[in-house]
Ligand binder design. Sequence first.
Ligand SMILES: O=P(O)(O)OC[C@H]1O[C@H](O)[C@H](O)[C@@H](O)[C@@H]1O
Length: 278
Amino acid sequence: MIRVREFPNGFEYIEIQNSSAKAKIALQGAHIFEYQRVGEEAILWLSEISDFEQGRAIRGGVPVCWPWFGFNEDKNLPQHGFARTSMWEFVGANEVNESKTTLLFRLTNSEQTLKIWNYKFLLELQITISKELKMELKTTNLDDKAFKISQALHTYFSVSHISEVTISGLDKKPYLDALSWQKEVQGGNIYFEEEVDRVYQEIDEKIVLRDKNREINIKNKNSSSAVIWNPWIEKTLRMSAMKEDAYKYFVCIESANAFDDARVIEPKQSHTLIVQIF
Ligand SMILES: O=P(O)(O)OC[C@H]1O[C@H](O)[C@H](O)[C@@H](O)[C@@H]1O
Protein backbone atom coordinates (compact mmCIF):
# COMPACT_ATOMS: atom_id res chain seq x y z
CA MET A 1 0.00 0.00 0.00
CA ILE A 2 1.27 3.45 -0.97
CA ARG A 3 -0.78 6.52 -0.10
CA VAL A 4 -0.19 10.25 -0.37
CA ARG A 5 -1.41 11.84 2.87
CA GLU A 6 -1.22 15.20 4.57
CA PHE A 7 -1.31 16.74 8.03
CA PRO A 8 -4.16 19.18 8.77
CA ASN A 9 -1.89 22.10 7.74
CA GLY A 10 -1.43 20.56 4.26
CA PHE A 11 2.12 19.21 4.87
CA GLU A 12 2.30 16.18 2.56
CA TYR A 13 3.88 12.78 3.08
CA ILE A 14 3.82 9.31 1.56
CA GLU A 15 2.72 6.37 3.67
CA ILE A 16 3.99 2.90 2.80
CA GLN A 17 3.00 -0.45 4.22
CA ASN A 18 4.16 -3.85 2.98
CA SER A 19 4.52 -7.27 4.60
CA SER A 20 7.89 -6.41 6.16
CA ALA A 21 7.63 -2.80 7.32
CA LYS A 22 5.79 0.50 7.32
CA ALA A 23 7.21 3.96 6.67
CA LYS A 24 6.34 7.62 6.22
CA ILE A 25 8.27 10.01 3.97
CA ALA A 26 7.65 13.76 3.77
CA LEU A 27 7.83 15.47 0.37
CA GLN A 28 9.72 18.27 2.05
CA GLY A 29 13.29 17.04 2.21
CA ALA A 30 12.36 13.53 0.92
CA HIS A 31 12.56 13.06 4.65
CA ILE A 32 11.74 9.62 6.01
CA PHE A 33 10.36 10.15 9.50
CA GLU A 34 9.05 6.69 10.31
CA TYR A 35 10.36 3.22 9.57
CA GLN A 36 9.20 0.26 11.58
CA ARG A 37 9.47 -3.43 10.81
CA VAL A 38 6.40 -5.55 11.42
CA GLY A 39 6.32 -6.76 15.04
CA GLU A 40 9.30 -4.61 16.09
CA GLU A 41 9.89 -1.27 17.79
CA ALA A 42 10.46 1.81 15.59
CA ILE A 43 14.01 2.06 14.21
CA LEU A 44 13.93 5.83 13.69
CA TRP A 45 13.50 8.38 16.44
CA LEU A 46 11.09 11.26 15.87
CA SER A 47 10.72 14.10 18.34
CA GLU A 48 7.26 14.14 19.90
CA ILE A 49 7.20 17.89 19.36
CA SER A 50 8.69 18.01 15.86
CA ASP A 51 7.29 20.60 13.48
CA PHE A 52 5.73 19.48 10.24
CA GLU A 53 5.80 22.90 8.71
CA GLN A 54 7.04 24.10 5.38
CA GLY A 55 10.51 25.58 5.64
CA ARG A 56 11.35 23.99 9.02
CA ALA A 57 13.42 20.81 9.24
CA ILE A 58 11.73 17.80 10.83
CA ARG A 59 13.46 16.83 14.09
CA GLY A 60 14.16 13.11 13.77
CA GLY A 61 14.02 10.45 11.06
CA VAL A 62 16.61 10.97 8.33
CA PRO A 63 17.27 14.59 7.31
CA VAL A 64 19.15 14.84 4.00
CA CYS A 65 22.04 17.24 4.64
CA TRP A 66 23.11 18.55 1.22
CA PRO A 67 25.04 20.21 -0.53
CA TRP A 68 26.97 20.91 2.63
CA PHE A 69 27.15 19.22 5.99
CA GLY A 70 27.32 21.44 9.09
CA PHE A 71 27.89 25.16 8.98
CA ASN A 72 28.53 27.06 5.77
CA GLU A 73 31.34 29.61 5.74
CA ASP A 74 28.60 32.10 4.95
CA LYS A 75 26.78 32.22 8.29
CA ASN A 76 23.62 33.53 6.60
CA LEU A 77 23.15 30.17 4.89
CA PRO A 78 21.36 27.35 6.69
CA GLN A 79 23.20 24.64 8.63
CA HIS A 80 23.25 21.33 6.68
CA GLY A 81 22.26 22.92 3.35
CA PHE A 82 18.88 23.48 1.73
CA ALA A 83 17.79 19.98 0.63
CA ARG A 84 16.09 19.13 3.92
CA THR A 85 13.79 22.15 3.78
CA SER A 86 13.13 22.08 0.00
CA MET A 87 10.09 20.54 -1.63
CA TRP A 88 11.13 17.46 -3.61
CA GLU A 89 9.26 15.85 -6.46
CA PHE A 90 7.87 12.37 -5.77
CA VAL A 91 8.77 10.60 -9.02
CA GLY A 92 7.05 7.32 -8.20
CA ALA A 93 7.00 4.08 -6.30
CA ASN A 94 7.44 0.45 -7.23
CA GLU A 95 5.97 -2.41 -5.22
CA VAL A 96 8.72 -4.85 -6.18
CA ASN A 97 7.04 -7.67 -4.29
CA GLU A 98 4.83 -7.93 -1.20
CA SER A 99 7.76 -7.28 1.14
CA LYS A 100 9.69 -4.64 -0.78
CA THR A 101 8.77 -1.15 -1.99
CA THR A 102 11.07 1.37 -3.65
CA LEU A 103 10.37 5.09 -3.92
CA LEU A 104 12.16 7.77 -5.88
CA PHE A 105 12.33 11.49 -5.04
CA ARG A 106 14.04 14.24 -6.99
CA LEU A 107 15.30 17.78 -6.45
CA THR A 108 16.81 20.06 -9.08
CA ASN A 109 18.23 23.54 -9.10
CA SER A 110 15.76 26.43 -9.05
CA GLU A 111 16.07 30.19 -9.13
CA GLN A 112 16.18 30.06 -5.33
CA THR A 113 18.90 27.38 -5.07
CA LEU A 114 21.06 29.10 -7.70
CA LYS A 115 21.04 32.24 -5.56
CA ILE A 116 22.66 30.45 -2.61
CA TRP A 117 24.56 27.69 -4.44
CA ASN A 118 25.34 28.62 -8.02
CA TYR A 119 25.36 25.17 -9.67
CA LYS A 120 22.94 23.15 -11.76
CA PHE A 121 22.31 19.74 -10.29
CA LEU A 122 20.03 16.76 -10.08
CA LEU A 123 19.66 15.15 -6.66
CA GLU A 124 17.80 11.84 -6.42
CA LEU A 125 16.97 9.82 -3.36
CA GLN A 126 15.84 6.23 -3.77
CA ILE A 127 14.43 4.69 -0.61
CA THR A 128 13.82 0.96 -0.27
CA ILE A 129 11.38 -0.16 2.40
CA SER A 130 11.84 -3.83 3.18
CA LYS A 131 13.34 -5.88 6.04
CA GLU A 132 16.18 -3.46 5.55
CA LEU A 133 15.98 0.26 4.99
CA LYS A 134 18.15 1.39 2.11
CA MET A 135 18.77 4.98 0.99
CA GLU A 136 20.69 5.90 -2.16
CA LEU A 137 21.43 9.58 -2.55
CA LYS A 138 22.68 10.34 -6.06
CA THR A 139 24.14 13.73 -6.97
CA THR A 140 24.57 14.52 -10.66
CA ASN A 141 26.45 17.58 -11.80
CA LEU A 142 24.41 19.23 -14.61
CA ASP A 143 26.65 22.29 -14.69
CA ASP A 144 29.64 22.98 -16.89
CA LYS A 145 31.93 23.48 -13.90
CA ALA A 146 32.93 21.04 -11.17
CA PHE A 147 31.44 21.40 -7.69
CA LYS A 148 32.29 20.11 -4.25
CA ILE A 149 29.72 18.69 -1.86
CA SER A 150 29.71 17.48 1.69
CA GLN A 151 26.60 15.61 2.79
CA ALA A 152 24.97 13.24 5.24
CA LEU A 153 22.01 10.97 5.65
CA HIS A 154 21.56 12.16 9.23
CA THR A 155 19.82 9.16 10.78
CA TYR A 156 18.26 9.51 14.25
CA PHE A 157 18.06 6.02 15.78
CA SER A 158 15.54 5.38 18.52
CA VAL A 159 17.09 3.75 21.62
CA SER A 160 15.67 2.37 24.86
CA HIS A 161 17.97 4.65 26.88
CA ILE A 162 21.24 6.31 25.87
CA SER A 163 23.01 4.66 28.85
CA GLU A 164 22.31 1.25 27.25
CA VAL A 165 23.94 2.15 23.93
CA THR A 166 27.27 0.90 22.57
CA ILE A 167 28.59 1.65 19.09
CA SER A 168 31.24 -0.57 17.54
CA GLY A 169 33.03 -0.64 14.19
CA LEU A 170 35.00 2.58 14.74
CA ASP A 171 37.87 1.34 16.89
CA LYS A 172 41.22 2.97 15.92
CA LYS A 173 39.51 5.34 13.46
CA PRO A 174 40.61 8.98 13.40
CA TYR A 175 37.94 11.56 14.11
CA LEU A 176 37.45 15.27 14.29
CA ASP A 177 35.93 16.22 17.61
CA ALA A 178 33.41 18.94 16.70
CA LEU A 179 33.33 20.11 20.33
CA SER A 180 37.07 20.89 20.59
CA TRP A 181 38.01 20.85 16.85
CA GLN A 182 40.85 18.50 17.76
CA LYS A 183 41.80 15.41 15.79
CA GLU A 184 41.59 12.28 17.93
CA VAL A 185 41.71 8.51 17.50
CA GLN A 186 38.96 6.21 18.77
CA GLY A 187 39.97 3.58 21.32
CA GLY A 188 37.45 0.72 21.57
CA ASN A 189 33.68 1.10 21.49
CA ILE A 190 31.72 4.31 21.97
CA TYR A 191 29.56 4.86 25.08
CA PHE A 192 27.60 7.95 26.05
CA GLU A 193 28.14 9.80 29.30
CA GLU A 194 28.37 13.33 27.92
CA GLU A 195 27.82 15.33 24.73
CA VAL A 196 29.33 13.60 21.71
CA ASP A 197 29.72 15.26 18.28
CA ARG A 198 32.40 13.60 16.17
CA VAL A 199 33.17 13.12 12.50
CA TYR A 200 34.87 9.76 12.04
CA GLN A 201 37.05 9.17 8.98
CA GLU A 202 38.52 6.20 7.09
CA ILE A 203 35.53 3.99 7.79
CA ASP A 204 35.64 0.70 5.93
CA GLU A 205 33.40 -1.67 7.85
CA LYS A 206 29.86 -1.72 9.15
CA ILE A 207 28.90 0.22 12.25
CA VAL A 208 26.90 -1.66 14.87
CA LEU A 209 24.53 0.01 17.30
CA ARG A 210 23.86 -2.20 20.33
CA ASP A 211 20.96 -1.35 22.57
CA LYS A 212 19.43 -3.28 25.48
CA ASN A 213 17.47 -5.78 23.40
CA ARG A 214 18.56 -5.28 19.83
CA GLU A 215 21.36 -4.68 17.39
CA ILE A 216 21.18 -2.44 14.32
CA ASN A 217 23.77 -2.63 11.52
CA ILE A 218 24.69 0.33 9.36
CA LYS A 219 26.60 -0.29 6.16
CA ASN A 220 27.70 2.65 4.03
CA LYS A 221 28.96 2.69 0.44
CA ASN A 222 30.88 5.47 -1.34
CA SER A 223 31.38 7.03 2.06
CA SER A 224 34.28 6.83 4.46
CA SER A 225 32.98 9.25 7.09
CA ALA A 226 30.27 9.03 9.73
CA VAL A 227 29.06 11.45 12.34
CA ILE A 228 28.19 10.22 15.81
CA TRP A 229 26.09 12.70 17.74
CA ASN A 230 24.18 12.99 20.98
CA PRO A 231 23.54 16.51 22.33
CA TRP A 232 23.29 15.43 25.98
CA ILE A 233 21.64 17.68 28.59
CA GLU A 234 22.59 21.31 27.94
CA LYS A 235 22.62 21.33 24.15
CA THR A 236 19.20 19.64 24.12
CA LEU A 237 17.80 22.62 26.02
CA ARG A 238 19.08 24.91 23.26
CA MET A 239 17.76 22.83 20.36
CA SER A 240 14.59 23.42 18.39
CA ALA A 241 11.75 20.89 18.53
CA MET A 242 13.23 18.72 21.30
CA LYS A 243 11.81 17.98 24.72
CA GLU A 244 14.32 18.42 27.55
CA ASP A 245 14.83 14.68 28.11
CA ALA A 246 14.94 13.85 24.35
CA TYR A 247 18.68 13.10 24.36
CA LYS A 248 18.03 9.94 26.39
CA TYR A 249 16.07 8.33 23.59
CA PHE A 250 18.13 8.71 20.42
CA VAL A 251 21.59 8.61 18.96
CA CYS A 252 22.55 9.87 15.50
CA ILE A 253 24.79 7.77 13.28
CA GLU A 254 25.10 9.83 10.13
CA SER A 255 26.33 8.27 6.91
CA ALA A 256 28.39 11.01 5.35
CA ASN A 257 30.86 12.51 2.95
CA ALA A 258 32.08 15.14 5.40
CA PHE A 259 35.26 17.11 6.05
CA ASP A 260 38.19 15.15 4.52
CA ASP A 261 35.63 12.93 2.78
CA ALA A 262 33.87 15.78 0.88
CA ARG A 263 33.64 14.98 -2.86
CA VAL A 264 34.33 16.92 -6.03
CA ILE A 265 31.90 16.05 -8.82
CA GLU A 266 32.90 16.92 -12.37
CA PRO A 267 30.38 18.06 -15.02
CA LYS A 268 28.06 15.20 -16.13
CA GLN A 269 29.43 12.95 -13.38
CA SER A 270 27.52 11.46 -10.45
CA HIS A 271 28.22 10.33 -6.94
CA THR A 272 25.91 8.05 -4.95
CA LEU A 273 26.02 7.81 -1.17
CA ILE A 274 24.37 4.58 -0.02
CA VAL A 275 23.33 3.42 3.42
CA GLN A 276 21.79 0.11 4.37
CA ILE A 277 20.24 -0.28 7.81
CA PHE A 278 19.46 -3.85 8.89
O1 LIG B 1 19.91 21.25 14.64
P1 LIG B 1 20.41 20.71 13.33
O2 LIG B 1 20.76 21.79 12.35
O3 LIG B 1 19.42 19.73 12.77
O4 LIG B 1 21.75 19.92 13.63
C1 LIG B 1 21.78 18.83 14.49
C2 LIG B 1 23.21 18.27 14.63
O5 LIG B 1 23.65 17.78 13.39
C3 LIG B 1 24.94 17.14 13.38
O6 LIG B 1 24.91 15.96 14.07
C4 LIG B 1 26.02 18.03 13.94
O7 LIG B 1 27.23 17.32 14.06
C5 LIG B 1 25.59 18.63 15.27
O8 LIG B 1 26.55 19.56 15.70
C6 LIG B 1 24.22 19.29 15.14
O9 LIG B 1 23.82 19.84 16.37
